[in-house]
Design a binder for this molecule. Structure first.
Ligand code: FEO
Ligand code: CA
Ligand code: CA
Ligand code: CA
Length: 598
C-alpha cells in the first residue's frame, strides 16, 4: 500500500490515515481490504437456526452470536496463529433495535428471554483466510455463555453472607454474567472480562429501608422503581427489594476458559467489585501475577491486584488451573495520584504546567489481602463486595472514567484510557488535578504508568490529552500537532508487536464517527496519532485485536444515535433498509503483507 506522507514511519503505523467522516460504513486505509467475521444472530453452536429478525426466539439466541459485541480476545490454537478462538463480550441489549414491535412499557416474556440469551460471551473458532481475513467455522469449541450459564464464585468473598440469595444459599453459584465490557487474554490462554454497568438491570432500591444497605446500592447506582428493561416482572432476582443480594453477585471480573468448552466460568472476588471495565495481566519479575483494572464511572478509581503465588508458564489444563487460582489469593490496591507541578499551574484548560508535563508519582493503597482488611470500619468481605466504599474511605484519586488499562508487552509500561468526564470541576465535584487536568473533560486522555509491579509506588504521565489538535488544551506526547489525527473519548487499548498503542473510541465528541487509532509511545514519533479506520454511524469501536497480518474491531450498537429508537440511523452491515447488526469486522492488506509496514 502507499506509504504515509512525511518521511520515515515507525513500523506498525506505516499506513495512510483515514479522514474523520460520518459515513455508514467502515472506512479503512488505501491498500487494505475488509470483511465481516460474524454478526449478531449468526449461527454459532451446533443446531443453531439461521438468523430471522422477525421470528427470533430465546432458544435460537442461546445458540447464535449475541448482541452488542464489545471486547474481543484471540486465543491462538497453533504456533503460527492460523487457527484460534475469538472470545467476544456481549455487553448489553438494545431492545428497540432487536425487535420490530418492541413496546418499552410492556416487553413480552419471549423478548426478555431473548435479551438474557443475547448477553454474555461467545467463543468462536476462527481460521485465517487469504481472501476473507478471518472466517468462523463449526467447532466443538464454539460456545455461548449467557445470563443462564452457571458461574462459580471464587476467592475470599465466595460464600459471603452478602452473596447469598434464596436461589443460592451457598453464595457460590451465580447464573450469568452481564454488561461485559472490556477484558484481556491471560498469559495462560484464558479470558478475563469485566462486568461493568450491571446496576441498570436492578430496580426498586427505594424500598430498602436499612440505611447501610441503601448507601451501598446508591454508591453502585442501583436504580429506584422499575428498570428500563422490566426484567423484574419475569424474575424477582432483578428486584433488590425481593432479592437484596443478587445485585452483589455482579460487578466482578469473570474468567472464561475457551480451551475447555465444558469448563465452568469463574467470578474472582479477590479483584473487588465495581463497574469493572476489564482486567489485564502482567507477570512480575518474581513470577507473581499482577492484574490492573479500571472502574468506569466519573470520579472513580484505578485498581491493581497482586497474587501471592507464582505463575506457572504454559497453557496446559494444569497450568491454566494453577494460574487461575492465583487470582483468588492476593492483595487488592487502589491508586492515589500526586502531581509534581504546583496546583495553581493546573488551570483546567489543558495548558501544560511550567515543567512541560502532566506527570508525577503515585501510591497503591492497600485495601485487603485474603481475609485481612486494611480499611477502617470494613471487614474483608465488605472490602471485596463494596469495594468502591472502601476505596472512598482510603482517599483514592477520583479519575475521569478509567476504561481499559493494559501493560505494554514491549516497554513494560501500563496504559489507561480515561474516556471523559463532563462533570470534572463542576459545582460540588472534584476540581481538576494534574492527572485529570481539564474542567468538563469532553475528550478524555491517556495515562502512562511506570509501575513497580508488586510494590506500592509508581510514576505516571499523560501521553495524550485528547481532542482536536488545533485546540490548545490538547497534547499529543509532545509531537507536532499539525501531523496527527484528531481523537476523542479513548476507550479500549491494545498493542501491536512493536509496542505501538492502538486505541478505540466511544462517543467521539468532535462530531465524526468513532474509530481505531495507532500511536507510537517511544522514539521520535511518540504521540503521533494516526487513524486506521472509522466505524458506521452511531457505532462505538470496541475490542481491537491487532495481529501482524490482520486487525479485527467489534462494531457495537451501529445506528444507536437515532432520535427515534425504532428507526436506527445505520443499516450496516447488510445495507438497504435492513436492521443494523452489531458485528465483528476484519481488515487485512490486499497484498497479504504486514499491517502498517511497507
Ligand atoms: Fe462499556 Fe466503560 O464502556
Ligand atoms: Ca508536571
Ligand atoms: Ca468500554
Ligand atoms: Ca485492551
Amino acid at each position: 500500500p502507499p506509504a504515509a506522507a512525511g518521511g520515515p514511519v515507525v513500523p506498525g503505523t506505516d499506513f495512510a490515515p483515514v479522514a474523520p467522516n460520518k459515513e455508514d460504513r467502515v472506512t479503512i486505509p488505501e491498500g487494505y481490504e475488509q470483511g465481516i467475521v460474524i454478526r449478531w444472530g449468526d449461527p454459532l453452536v451446533e443446531g443453531a437456526p439461521e438468523f430471522d429478525f422477525h421470528g427470533q426466539t430465546a432458544e435460537a439466541q442461546e445458540k447464535q452470536f449475541g448482541y452488542n459485541n464489545d471486547f474481543a480476545g484471540l486465543v491462538p490454537l497453533d504456533g503460527e496463529g492460523r487457527r484460534g478462538l475469538l472470545v467476544v463480550n456481549h455487553e448489553y441489549t438494545t431492545e428497540s433495535h432487536m425487535f420490530s414491535n418492541y413496546d418499552e412499557d410492556n416487553p413480552t416474556e419471549q423478548q426478555v428471554r431473548i435479551s438474557w440469551a443475547a448477553h454474555g460471551l461467545s467463543v468462536v473458532y476462527v481460521e485465517k483466510d487469504r481472501a476473507k481475513g478471518l472466517v468462523p467455522k463449526p467447532s466443538e469449541y464454539n460456545r455461548r455463555i449467557t445470563l443462564n450459564t452457571e458461574f462459580e464464585v471464587r476467592g475470599p468473598a465466595a460464600g459471603s453472607d452478602h452473596l447469598k440469595t434464596s436461589a443460592d444459599p451457598t453464595g457460590t453459584k451465580v447464573f450469568g454474567t452481564q454488561n461485559n465490557c472490556a477484558g484481556g487474554v491471560t498469559p495462560w490462554g484464558t479470558i478475563l472480562s469485566g462486568e461493568e454497568n450491571f446496576h441498570q438491570y436492578f430496580g426498586h432500591s427505594e424500598l430498602i429501608t436499612d440505611p447501610v444497605a441503601a448507601k451501598r446500592y446508591e454508591r453502585y447506582a442501583v436504580g429506584t422503581g422499575e428498570t428500563d428493561r422490566k426484567w423484574e416482572r419475569f424474575d424477582k432476582r432483578w428486584d433488590v427489594s425481593q432479592e437484596p443480594n443478587e445485585a452483589h453477585r455482579f460487578g466482578w471480573i469473570v474468567e472464561i476458559d475457551p480451551n475447555d468448552p465444558e469448563s465452568t466460568p469463574i467470578k474472582h472476588t479477590a479483584l473487588g467489585r465495581f463497574k469493572h471495565e476489564g482486567a489485564t495481566i502482567k507477570i512480575a519479575d518474581d513470577g507473581r501475577v499482577v492484574a490492573y483494572s479500571g472502574d468506569d464511572e466519573r470520579f472513580d478509581y484505578i485498581y491493581k491486584y497482586v497474587s501471592n503465588g507464582r505463575f506457572k508458564p504454559g497453557k496446559s489444563a494444569h497450568a491454566r488451573r494453577h494460574n487461575s487460582a492465583l487470582l483468588d489469593d492476593g492483595t487488592l490496591y487502589v491508586a492515589k495520584f500526586s502531581g509534581n507541578s504546583p496546583p495553581e499551574e493546573i488551570d483546567g484548560t489543558g495548558k501544560l504546567p511550567a515543567d512541560g508535563h502532566f506527570d508525577g508519582t503515585g501510591e497503591w493503597l492497600k485495601l485487603a489481602s485474603g481475609t485481612e482488611s486494611f480499611v477502617p470500619g470494613f471487614t474483608a468481605d465488605e472490602v471485596y463486595v463494596f469495594t468502591r466504599l472502601a476505596a472512598d474511605e482510603l482517599g483514592a484519586t477520583k479519575m475521569d472514567r478509567p476504561e481499559d488499562i493494559e501493560p505494554n508487552p514491549v516497554n513494560g509500561r501500563i496504559y489507561c484510557a480515561l474516556t471523559n468526564n463532563s462533570n470534572r470541576g463542576s459545582e460540588g465535584n472534584a476540581a481538576p488535578d494534574e492527572a485529570n487536568p481539564r474542567v468538563g473533560n469532553k475528550h478524555g486522555h491517556i495515562l502512562e504508568f511506570d509501575d513497580d509491579t508488586t510494590g506500592t509506588e509508581f510514576r505516571w504521565n499523560l501521553l495524550l490529552v485528547c481532542g482536536d489538535p488545533n485546540d490548545p488544551g490538547t497534547y499529543f506526547g509532545g509531537f507536532d500537532k499539525s501531523q496527527v489525527s484528531p481523537i476523542s473519548c479513548p476507550d479500549n487499548v491494545t498493542f501491536d508487536r512493536f509496542g505501538n498503542l492502538w486505541i478505540t473510541t466511544d462517543g467521539n465528541e468532535l462530531g465524526s464517527n468513532d474509530g481505531l487509532f495507532a500511536v507510537p509511545v517511544d522514539g521520535p514519533e511518540r504521540g503521533k496519532v494516526k487513524q486506521f479506520l472509522t466505524v458506521p454511524v452511531g457505532a462505538e469501536t470496541c475490542g481491537p485485536v491487532v495481529l501482524d497480518d490482520l486487525i479485527t474491531v467489534n462494531v457495537q450498537h451501529p445506528g444507536e444515535d437515532a432520535e427515534d429508537a425504532q428507526h436506527p440511523t445505520s443499516h450496516w452491515p447488510d445495507g438497504g433498509d435492513s436492521q443494523p447488526r452489531p458485528s465483528v469486522a476484519v481488515v487485512w492488506r490486499q497484498d497479504g503483507g504486514e499491517i502498517g509496514r511497507r
